[in-house]
Design a protein around this ligand. Sequence first.
Ligand code: FAD
Length: 372
Amino acid sequence: MSAVDCVIVGGGIVGAALADVLCAEGMSVALVEARSIGAGTTACGMGHLVAMDDNAPELALTAWSVALWRELRDELPMAVEYDACGTLWLATDEEELAAIAAKVASYRGAGVRAEVLDAAALREAEPALTPNLVGALRVPDDAVVYPPLAALHFARRAQQRGARLMPGCPVAALRPDGVVLENGEVLAAGHVVLAAGVASPRLCPDLPISPRKGHLLITRRGAPVVRHQLVELGYLKSAHGSDGASVAFNAQPRVTGQLLLGSSRQPGVGSGQVEPAILERMLKRAADFLPGLDALQALRVWTGLRPATPDGLPLLGPHPRKPWLWLACGHEGLGITTATGSARLVADQLLGRASAIDARPYAPSRFEALHA
Ligand SMILES: Cc1cc2nc3c(=O)[nH]c(=O)nc-3n(C[C@H](O)[C@H](O)[C@H](O)COP(=O)(O)OP(=O)(O)OC[C@H]3O[C@@H](n4cnc5c(N)ncnc54)[C@H](O)[C@@H]3O)c2cc1C
């Protein structure tokens, strides 16, 4: 039986970022991954690093996390494709444009730069968009990364600092003194962290995490030139609805000259199949915003399962009935963005110190089901 200070179950972007932070603090860490690093939902995400202001805890965690990514940018390898393109939230009518004023205030209150573009300024910023738009909110410090290689970067940096990377090692059970691997081996550890994304309830069945399926499409090179990550303001409505499938326009320029198009949300759907009907709705919506899309060829289409919690916030902290078990899961559609802040929040709690933001809104103890 080998012993480490901390075993992290799940080598997605959240587990890998945590391994990196804990090793930097001098802890001995094993990062145990069933498949390969970043192969789960992380490999399916868009990689938008985005400050979101749906509620105060979401804004606090996303704003801090985007700032932490920005601090890392100079040391990220080219392959991570960090692109400081900023976000444009697009208004289709006067009502949406009016809502932008409140958003500017809430972003600025959290220290996030934000500005309003009128229709003319928007046309100048993004000539490929339909001229029917009435304006936009610009958040210049948002960015984009290529998620699986970002996860690999964190994991490799942790390894250089002494972490044991264990890909191809599914964990069968969690225990107070470590984990049992599927091959029967026991890995002893002082702390156990569950960061298995949407698969976390398989190892801890009382967790309130369910899949929220999404489709994405990437074009060949030669897409209409787009300079920002583009999102329709209506995305906020579709992102937080809890029933029925929804689609919203979301387009991301890649440094490769391709365009990544999203996105759809299907709460409770756990199958990975591509559904042509959803894809068609998504593409129609995208063509409303980017008329030049019709001439484009899709290179690849895929789906991913977001690990959703009932209140849309992740579980970051100790399990209320199993104090030996730490949770770092349930990041829904913001796990790439918030991997940096989540890693710090969990590491700070493990080390018994305060964080830069209040950790309480993300405490797993907020869910009654975990106390039963
Ligand atoms: C279509 C789509 C678009 C998205 N776009 C964005 C975006 O633009 N920005 C953003 O911030 N977020 C985005 N997300 C969300 C983001 O991808 C997720 O929140 C994030 O990847 C979750 O990371 P994770 O490390 O928690 O989970 P995962 O990446 O799923 O990692 C968990 C790991 O645990 C492993 N595992 C599971 N069971 C076991 C076991 N028993 N033993 C060992 N290992 C195990 C899995 O193999 C997996 O690698 C998107 C998601 C989707 C689906």
